[in-house]
Design a protein around this ligand. Structure first.
Ligand code: ZN
Length: 234
């Protein structure tokens, strides 16, 4: 398997310490907040972990600066996806779903409900063209990926576990925005269930799992760049 992170935007006006860390009341922005999603290639198969978003209007509303990644993503994926795992319903994780008609979509029951509410046109179209796999707890894909509903960040927020050799990884969505939360064992400041979020952080730490969050610039600094905005992790 090959695994990549796509860095498609920077900055978020709500990314202050209160949002990122539980029990931190500082109102200044936390440095290093970026927007990422992940792409795996297994033979000819393309697997997406969330989709990102591309609306300039949406970006403007959130104080976010979009990067010009379209051609790089096209070169990586061929503009298609076979499987898309959705970690949760927030715009930065789902808005580009409409570009991938025909993919198998794996999503929690509660996240899908919210996505349907926010994007009625796109979701009814996807229900015609794509297989929507609704998950209430755990769902295994091809014996390689384990999709698990955590319910910490949002009611239906989910993560995807997989192994590569001796190492175990988890695409952690926004259970925490940054790696620092795992390293220093601090829950997310923006949670639906603090208890479930905290349990997940502790489990990742205890089991030595490598987390891959959606908003940490150190992911793109740590791994080898294959093009301007894409790094290869595996
Ligand atoms: Zn996010």
């Amino acid at each position: 398997m090959e695994l990549y992170a796509v860095h498609y935007a920077n900055e978020f006006k709500y990314a202050d310490y209160r949002t990122i860390y539980h029990n931190d009341e500082r109102t200044v922005l936390v440095p290093g907040f970026v927007f990422l999603y992940y792409v795996a290639k297994i033979g000819k198969q393309v697997v997406l972990f969330d989709t990102g978003f591309r609306s300039k209007e949406t970006a403007k509303g959130f104080g976010t600066h979009l990067l010009d990644v379209e051609e790089e993503v096209l070169a990586l994926t061929g503009g298609r996806a076979d499987i898309i795992f959705i970690t949760h319903e927030h715009f930065d994780h789902v808005e580009n779903l409409e570009l991938y008609q025909g993919a198998e979509i794996i999503v929690s029951k509660d996240a899908w409900k919210e996505i349907q509410k926010a994007y009625p046109r796109v979701t009814s179209q996807l229900m015609q063209t794509s297989k929507i796999q609704i998950v209430e707890d755990v769902f295994e894909v091809q014996g390689s990926f384990c999709f698990k509903v955590i319910g910490g960040h949002t009611k239906g927020s989910s993560v995807i576990y997989f192994r590569e050799g001796e190492e175990k990884f988890v695409i952690s969505g926004d259970e925490t925005y940054l790696l620092d939360n795992f390293e220093r064992q601090i829950p997310n400041g923006n949670v639906y269930s603090l208890e479930k979020n905290w349990e997940f952080i502790k489990q990742v730490h205890k089991e030595g799992i490598i987390p891959l969050p959606s908003h940490d610039s150190s992911v793109i600094e740590k791994y080898t760049r294959i093009s301007q905005h894409i790094v290869r992790i595996i």
